[in-house]
Design a protein around this ligand. Structure first.
Ligand SMILES: Nc1ncnc2c1ncn2[C@@H]1O[C@H](COP(=O)(O)OP(=O)(O)O)[C@@H](O)[C@H]1O
Ligand SMILES: [Mg+2]
Length: 221
């Protein structure tokens, strides 16, 4: 599903965030990307999402090099990726329905279909019937679940999440991680970046550990 072949990323500041990173995530697999702050987890996810481009090396997604996807191809490419961030960037003055429906509305999905999918997505994250609430009426954990519903509403085959439990207390964090595990159980490929090893241990999925932009244990560590 995802293959990094000797990928390096140097930011304009000169900072080398990733170096010689080679990894593979199989279709239908769930993987945790771990490592201390600054290890390169977010950068790796941004490269997958085409938010950033590698300085060297190649990234394949579904067998295709994503280097050839230009600006105009990015929206179509991203429709196949559900993205979840710690800061869920909800529209705070708009109902949950609007927030979750957004990706479908943008690409012109018929209203009835949007309605059906929004309800299904909210049901999956345990927020059935909350369509009309606004984010400010929800707890932090519930808001994070709205962000997750928005990420999966288009039924993407791949979900990437960057520290999705960063500001949640341990019980809620575990609940969110289990939610990702459930998506994976029904065939979605899931890549979650997290530095919380204790939490990760409770889920049971392969780990890819990064140290200073390289695989832990790779030469030079
Ligand atoms: N936009 C950026 N510009 C310059 N340096 C960056 C940028 N984003 C990240 N970095 C640097 O790249 C390294 C890896 O960062 P990041 O991928 O965010 O790691 P992590 O998510 O594991 O904490 C860090 O040294 C960080 O300071
Ligand atoms: Mg990060």
């Amino acid at each position: 599903m995802i293959r990094f072949d000797r990928v390096a990323k140097r930011y304009p500041s000169g900072r080398e965030a990733l170096a010689e990173l080679t990894l593979e995530v199989a279709k239908g697999e769930m993987v945790f990307l771990t490592g201390h702050s600054g290890a390169g987890k977010s950068t790796a996810l941004k490269l997958i999402a085409l938010i950033e481009r590698p300085s060297r090396g190649q990234i394949l997604v579904e067998g295709r090099s994503i280097a050839g996807i230009g600006r105009r191809g990015i929206p179509a490419y991203r429709r196949n990726i559900g993205m979840v961030f710690q800061d869920h960037k909800l529209l705070h003055d708009r109902p949950i329905w609007d927030n979750v429906a957004l990706p479908l509305v943008i690409c012109g999905t018929p209203r009835r279909e949007v309605d059906r999918r929004v309800r299904a997505a909210l049901d999956q994250v345990g927020l059935s019937g909350r369509e009309k609430s606004v984010p400010i009426e929800l707890s932090t954990g519930e808001q994070q679940r709205v962000g997750i519903a928005r990420a999966i509403v288009g039924k993407p085959p791949l979900v990437i999440a960057d520290e999705p439990t960063g500001n949640l207390d341990p019980d809620l964090a575990l609940e969110i991680m289990r939610l990702f595990k459930r998506f994976n159980d029904v065939g979605v490929t899931v890549v979650v970046a997290s530095h919380d090893l204790h939490l990760i241990e409770q889920i049971g999925a392969r780990r890819i550990a990064l140290v200073a932009g390289r695989l832990a244990g790779a030469a030079g560590e």
